[in-house]
Design a protein around this ligand. Structure first.
Ligand SMILES: Cc1cc2nc3c(=O)[nH]c(=O)nc-3n(C[C@H](O)[C@H](O)[C@H](O)COP(=O)(O)OP(=O)(O)OC[C@H]3O[C@@H](n4cnc5c(N)ncnc54)[C@H](O)[C@@H]3O)c2cc1C
Length: 393
């Protein structure tokens, strides 16, 4: 790499939302830092995703000066959650966005480059600790490294950390079915639990459609053809005319998640931080990316890069751990069809329950008293065989 400095304050491995946010977070906290963003791919590049972007993601980015990212896109304000014949469809408290990752990720990388970050195409294979630095592939040396290299992270493997539970999902782009225009539609599965199919209107005539399920040791992983069949069974017609089918793993968060100490920090999918209830991962990717970038900047400012992990643990401990405990519990409860149906009935009956469920699934929400009460009531209400509440006698 002629002409490229080999010693950096911060090297970020992976330029998805987590990595770009880490680089941006560091530059926002300390604009003079020498930050390199490494990715094995050239941008723009595609990434298998439902492309659902929670409004909270834009709030986080605005907090580090990145605005206008999706101002040319049309927001989606309706969400339909269903299972069998039962459904809860309401307006969300704040609209969400459906932005193809080919677009979103390239815009974030452009913002990082505009902030002074150096972008390099490089696939990281190896990581070693020197006396006072971390060395990537024997050639790129940095005081602090952020591993943002996704579900199959090489940085995580180099640290000797194991991956937790994973889901597998397939997505494509298809003409949006008229009945699902202007909405994000989620249909929970009846088999292969937990599982769901989705159709998210992009606002440009196409919908991102897909299906995903938890991988379990007691059943074989689904093939691509099976994922496609299960999507068609749950949302008939949604995949018609679909193209660009792409599958990928989702490393799901658990209540046991703890950030590592030292000079190497893991963020986003590399840290196993996909919401186990919904498969939402961009919010945690951006949130932990920014937290890691700020942590690196604070440790470097103090002349103690080895304390970057301690700063990161402090920031995420307060903001993330309680939410992870609540989503882990909610995901366990959602393995029961009865509880999913109770959740649908409770959120159909009460906007507050619906809003709290959306917060839990998309950002840092908790199992609130309103949600618990709504679920309890729905569980105690006698239902007909189709899951609908019985009419009072
Ligand atoms: C089918 C599907 C649907 C989903 N739907 C949604 C959704 O609607 N909303 C949502 O919020 N989340 C969704 N998710 C989850 C979301 O896609 C991820 O959580 C998110 O992409 C995590 O961002 P990241 O930056 O951590 O990782 P990634 O986006 O995976 O980025 C990792 C980057 O690292 C690079 N890289 C990998 N290895 C190396 C290496 N060795 N050296 C250098 N670079 C490397 C890759 O090229 C990539 O650019 C979905 C996931 C799947 C699979």
């Amino acid at each position: 790499m002629a002409g490229v400095p080999s010693r950096w304050h911060l090297a970020v491995v992976g330029a998805g939302p987590a990595g770009a946010a880490a680089a941006l977070g560091a530059m926002h906290a300390a604009p003079g830092l020498r930050v390199v963003l490494l990715d094995r791919a050239d941008f723009p590049r595609d990434k298998a995703c439902g492309d659902g972007v929670a409004p909270h993601v834009l709030d986080l980015l605005a907090g580090i000066g990145v605005t206008g990212l999706v101002s040319d896109k049309r927001p989606v304000d309706r969400l339909r959650l269903g299972r069998g014949g039962l459904a809860s469809e309401r307006r969300m408290a704040r609209p969400a966005w459906v932005v193809p990752r080919r677009v979103l990720d390239a815009r974030l990388v452009d913002a990082a480059v505009a902030a002074g970050v150096r972008l390099l195409r490089h696939r990281v294979r190896d990581l070693r600790h020197d006396a006072d630095a971390v060395v990537l592939d024997g050639e790129i040396s940095a005081a602090v490294v952020v591993g943002a290299d996704g579900a199959h992270s090489a940085v995580r493997r180099a640290l000797g950390q194991h991956r937790g539970p994973v889901a597998l999902a397939l997505r494509g782009y298809a003409p949006v079915a008229p009945r699902w225009r202007g909405a994000q539609v989620i249909e929970f599965g009846a088999q292969h639990q937990p599982s769901y199919a989705w159709s998210f209107d992009r606002g440009d005539g196409l919908a991102n459609v897909g299906y995903g399920e938890l991988l379990r040791a007691d059943r074989p992983a689904p093939t691509r053809a099976q994922l496609f069949e299960r999507l068609q069974a749950l949302l008939p017609g949604a995949a018609e005319g679909g193209e660009d089918w792409l599958g990928h793993h989702l490393p799901l968060s658990t209540a046991r998640w703890r950030p590592q100490r030292g000079r190497v920090l893991l963020v986003g999918d590399a840290a196993g931080l996909v919401n186990p209830l919904t498969g939402e991962g961009i919010h945690h990717a951006v949130a932990t990316g920014i937290a890691a970038g700020r942590a690196a900047a604070a440790a470097l400012r103090d002349g103690q890069p080895e304390r970057a992990g301690a700063h990161y643990a402090h920031a995420t401990g307060r903001s993330l751990l309680p939410h992870l405990r609540h989503t882990a519990l909610a995901a366990r409860l959602a393995r029961s069809t009865r509880l999913i149906e109770a959740g649908l009935r409770a959120s159909a009956a009460d906007q507050d329950v619906f809003d709290d469920l959306v917060e839990l699934g998309l950002a840092r929400g908790r199992l609130t008293p309103a949600l618990a009460l709504g679920l309890g009531r729905a569980l105690l209400t006698p239902t007909r065989p189709n899951g609908r509440p019985q009419e009072p006698a």
